[in-house]
Write a protein that binds this ligand. Sequence first.
Ligand code: NAG
Ligand code: NAG
Length: 217
Amino acid sequence: MATWLMMICMMIMPIFMASFVSADPELLQDVCVADLTSGVKLNGFPCKTNISADDFFFAGLAKPALTNNTLGATVSPASVQQITGLNTLGVSMARVDYAPGGLNPPHTHPRATEIVFMLEGELDVGFITTENKLFSKTIKKGEIFTFPRGLLHFQINNGKVPAAALAAFNSQLPGTQRAANALFGSSPMVDDNVLTKAFQIGTKEVEKIKSKFAPKK
Ligand SMILES: *[C@@H]1O[C@H](CO)[C@@H](O)[C@H](O)[C@H]1NC(C)=O
Ligand SMILES: *[C@@H]1O[C@H](CO)[C@@H](O)[C@H](O)[C@H]1NC(C)=O
């Protein structure tokens, strides 16, 4: 009996351990290039049969993106949506460009830890733990910072010149949830009384913030 239990434990253990160290599921084959057009719903995407090198290629991060938007920062993803060959591989990247003063606002990636490498300029970055402790740092060209999976984090360019960073994720599709947009710009809207109580502010203030984040029709 005890031997049986031990054998079962030994068989199951690596599965648990693998799920602790990898964000996305383990590979069961060499490649599984995503068929993004398939109607089949599963964890990830179904595999295409006719694949080529182009399914693993993307030039979209080669150049800085425009940053003339409200926040002065633009995230350009290179996830399974852009590189279908990433399906089931458990990794992806993104490039973020920042105008002087540009902010990548507080957000989380529910499925991935992020590691950023500074391409240009300087950023003030930080993440906040579940115990509300802020870990922040100024990072410059060539330096790296890490944002643990699921934790709220942000980056701001307090410098006088543009900045750019390359981010890597241990998920093919890390997902991004921006705190302000989620709470004040959801569809349908979160009730005002949830937000007045949560943020200890009045309905007018809630409505004002909501008006800035209302989803575009
Ligand atoms: C496979 O894809 C290529 C383009 O990527 C296309 O030229 C070719 O016709 C496709 N072959 C089949 C059998 O669908
Ligand atoms: C940003 O700049 C580009 C080119 O300079 C322009 O085409 C675009 O309309 C601008 N976008 C905004 C939101 O101002």
